[in-house]
Structure formats: structure tokens, C-alpha cells
Design a protein around this ligand. Structure first.
Ligand SMILES: [Zn+2]
Ligand SMILES: [Zn+2]
Length: 207
């Protein structure tokens, strides 16, 4: 599995192309573009590598993660995948033109080119936030950042849901590489060591 990160939009969202080394099939995670010109390096990367994007996956429904969905739908016409609890964000943003096509429920497996990422439902930042878990990597959207977590004070956010979601993430193997929705990468083990929201002391902050 190969991961290419593009930082896009005014909120510096991490958009990822995750591709299979063997078959050049890929998924596109969180194309939160603010300008159509930001699509070019992503489309060029796909074209130069002869990589076929199979799905657009949104880790949650906030604008800074979904804004480029329609543009890529027009260019490559592939399904948009999101957790059902966040699908309404897309339908509102795109006025039903490009609705979510695939509902990503907890435990579902997303397969492309012989690779599989498992869906972990991690509500808290939004009701339908998900993480994508592979053998060595995890995409955490706006649930977990290097050294921090996503806000829970937006509509639908919940600090108590977030606490449970963070416990699920903390139960993953330490060696998993963390690719968050904003900022730099980390490891699950490193976050358990330094991230105040993943250490044991944090429990009293949540409840
Ligand atoms: Zn967000
Ligand atoms: Zn975000």
C-alpha cells in the first residue's frame, strides 16, 4: 500500500491517494479542495502513475473534506463513500447532484487492488466520523491529530462519543502509522505516549 499526501484548501486539509503497489488501483480520501486548480497535481499524480481511483472516501462530512467531491466525480466518475450519519452533509453541499453512493458502516471492508482498509466508526467530531484501518496504517480524519484531537463543539459533536472513539483508536497496535486529516503524521504508540487525550489521565477531562 502506498500513500501520497496532498495538503489542500484554506484549512490545510490532508487529501490522500492510497494505492495498491501491484495493481495501481487507489482510493482518494478527503478531496477538500477550495480551488479547482488544486485538483491538477492530484489528477496528474493519478495519470502519471497510471493509477485508477476506485472510490472517493470522506472521513466525515465537513466542507474542508468534501468540497472537491463533485469535481472529481466529474473527472473520474467514481462512487463517493461516507458513513450514513454524515451523508446529509454531501447531499446539502451538492444539492443532490452528487449524493453519497456507498455507506461505510462500522466494520465494513473497503477493498481496492488487493488491498483492504477496515472502517472504524469514530463519532465525536461529527456523528459519522470514521477512521480507515490497515495492517500498518490508520487514517484518522479529524478524530485524532498528532498531539491533539478534533473539535467536538460543532453541531453533532460529542465529547463523550469522542472519548469512546479515542479508546478504540488507543486499542490499535502501537506500530500503526497515523495519517490525520490535518497536520503531520504520527504513530499510535507515540500518540498514546504524548497525546494528552490518549493518556490515562485524560479520562477525568472527558466526564
Ligand atoms: Zn472536520
Ligand atoms: Zn477538517
Amino acid at each position: 500500500m502506498h500513500v501520497k499526501m496532498f495538503t489542500v484548501g484554506m484549512l490545510s486539509t490532508n487529501c490522500y491517494i492510497v494505492s495498491s503497489k501491484d495493481t495501481e488501483e487507489a482510493i482518494l480520501i478527503d478531496p477538500g479542495l477550495d480551488f479547482s486548480s488544486e485538483a491538477k497535481p492530484i489528477l496528474d499524480y493519478l495519470a502519471i502513475g497510471k493509477i485508477e481511483a476506485k472510490f472517493i472516501v470522506n472521513t466525515h462530512g465537513h466542507d474542508d473534506h468534501i468540497k472537491g467531491n463533485a469535481l472529481f466525480q466529474q473527472k473520474v466518475n467514481i462512487p463517493i463513500c461516507i458513513h450514513p450519519l454524515d451523508a446529509h452533509f454531501i447531499e446539502t453541499a451538492e444539492k443532490d447532484k452528487f449524493p453519497a453512493n456507498v455507506a461505510l458502516e462500522d466494520g465494513a471492508a473497503l477493498s481496492f487492488g488487493g488491498e483492504t482498509l477496515k472502517i472504524m466508526h469514530t463519532p465525536g467530531h461529527t456523528p459519522g466520523s470514521i477512521c480507515l484501518v490497515g495492517e500498518k496504517i490508520v487514517f484518522t480524519g479529524d478524530t485524532l491529530f498528532a498531539g491533539g484531537i478534533g473539535r467536538t463543539d460543532f453541531p453533532g459533536g460529542s465529547m463523550s462519543d469522542m472519548a469512546i472513539s479515542l479508546q478504540k483508536l488507543a486499542s490499535l497496535p502501537d506500530y500503526l502509522l497515523v495519517y490525520p486529516g490535518h497536520g503531520g503524521t504520527s504513530m499510535i504508540g507515540e500518540e498514546k505516549r504524548v497525546n494528552p487525550f490518549l493518556t490515562n489521565q485524560s479520562k477525568e477531562w472527558f466526564f
